[in-house]
Design a protein around this ligand. Structure first.
Ligand SMILES: C[S@@+](CC[C@H](N)C(=O)[O-])C[C@H]1O[C@@H](n2cnc3c(N)ncnc32)[C@H](O)[C@@H]1O
Length: 368
């Protein structure tokens, strides 16, 4: 594959230490607070199973390769990988091995991932002796696997994270909560990163291979719902600056490098030639739904439980990025306080949260 929009040599991700602090996450925290993502993933699974049924596997005895891009601690990878293996196994003999590669950034909690993959009661290797698991600590904005080697690629709730900080936002932490000039650098970065992500996967996929990317989205272009509790956390941060818990400079530099793309942004690289680096769109669907916590609150009216779940979710997913710019000794105390203050505010004002999800299925064309 030639003619990539950005060559590997030119491309530099920000140093990871500046991007997220693992210190504020206790072991397994992500897995324990990833129900929202799991509910979005459940909507994407029919697309994923179809992709596993359609991906071209060839005749040989080489292992069938499945890649999981942005796996975190692995809890939410178990079901999609099990379903992929089940669908693939129906199409190949027991003698043909299946290799599963889990990819995440070098600072990911790979120890926790290994524990999940080897001891979890629902681990996909339990009933499948001829499945081999590998881990890769490298950014998915780079090529992470050999060219033309991947039959089936999966990525859930990961390509929403940008590769670098294109700008800071005055008085806010989340690009999707702002408009106009404040938002523009993030739109540009998100467009560039998406093309980069696709170009790398296009290199790695075999002809006839399939890639399924699952991303949270903002049905309204991003002013409320999912963003509701991000705004509440932003208010809590303002309070922390006001009472001196954090300095104005620390607050100014805080940013969440997460950008929920609209459908037209996901499809933009494909509009001109109907394909991008040999990838063609097979399906692109959005499914709207409130979060499981919000639905539960409607059933039981337990505002404390709702606020606690939302504040913990925020801590598990977003606080590591916010804490990254603070001195090490301050990070855990900061995370505790932000969680506590966000929760207090959410209890005073129950805030709806959205778990709308977008799934895009891409096929690597077989033409040379
Ligand atoms: C919200 S978690 C998603 C985990 C899991 N796939 C799920 O659906 O629950 C996002 C993961 O993407 C990873 N990630 C973000 N940027 C990345 C990059 N450039 N390369 C590899 N992994 C990345 C993060 O480290 C994190 O573990």
């Amino acid at each position: 594959m030639t003619n990539l929009a950005v060559s590997t040599a030119e491309y530099r991700a920000d140093p990871l230490a500046d991007v997220a602090s693992p210190a504020v996450m206790a072991r397994g925290t992500y897995n324990q607070n990833a129900e929202l993502q799991a509910s979005g993933i459940s909507k994407a699974l029919p697309h994923w199973e179809r992709a596993a049924q359609k991906a071209e596997l060839g005749e040989g005895s080489d292992p069938v390769v499945v890649a999981d891009y942005g796996c975190s601690q692995g809890g939410n990878s178990l079901l999609p990988m099990e379903l992929a293996i089940r669908n693939l196994r129906r199409r190949i003999t027991q003698n043909r091995a299946i290799s599963v590669f889990h990819v995440d950034q070098p600072l990911n909690d790979f120890n926790c991932l290994i524990e999940v993959l080897t001891t979890h009661p629902k681990r996909y290797s339990l009933k499948e002796p001829n499945v081999f698991t590998q881990m890769i600590g490298k950014s998915f904005y780079e090529q992470v696997l050999p060219a033309n080697s991947v039959h089936l690629g999966w990525s859930s709730y990961a390509a929403i994270w940008l590769s670098r900080v294109p700008a800071l936002i005055p008085d806010h932490i989340f690009p999707a909560c702002v408009t106009g000039e404040a938002r523009a650098p993030f739109e540009r970065q998100a467009a560039e990163d998406w093309k980069r992500f696709l170009a790398m996967r296009a290199r790695e996929l075999r002809p006839g291979g399939r890639l399924v990317v699952v991303l949270p989205t903002s049905p309204t272009g991003g002013r409320e719902t999912f963003l509701g509790f991000v705004n509440v956390a932003n208010d809590a941060l303002r309070e922390m600056e006001y009472d001196g818990t954090i300095t104005a400079e620390e607050r100014r530099r805080m940013i969440l490098l997460s950008y929920p793309r609209r459908k037209e942004e996901l499809l933009a690289p494909f509009t001109r030639d109907r394909q991008f680096h040999g990838l063609r769109v097979e399906e692109c669907e959005m499914e709207r739904s409130p979060t499981p916590e919000w639905l539960q609150y409607h059933r039981d009216g337990n505002v404390r439980k709702l606020a606690q779940a939302q504040a913990r979710f925020f801590r598990a997913v977003f606080t590591p990025s916010l804490a990254a710019g603070l001195e090490k000794e301050k990070q855990v105390e900061f995370a505790d306080q932000l969680e506590e203050r966000t929760m207090r505010r959410l209890m005073a004002e129950p805030t709806v949260a959205d778990a709308s999800v977008q799934t895009i299925v891409l096929a690597k064309t077989t033409e040379k």
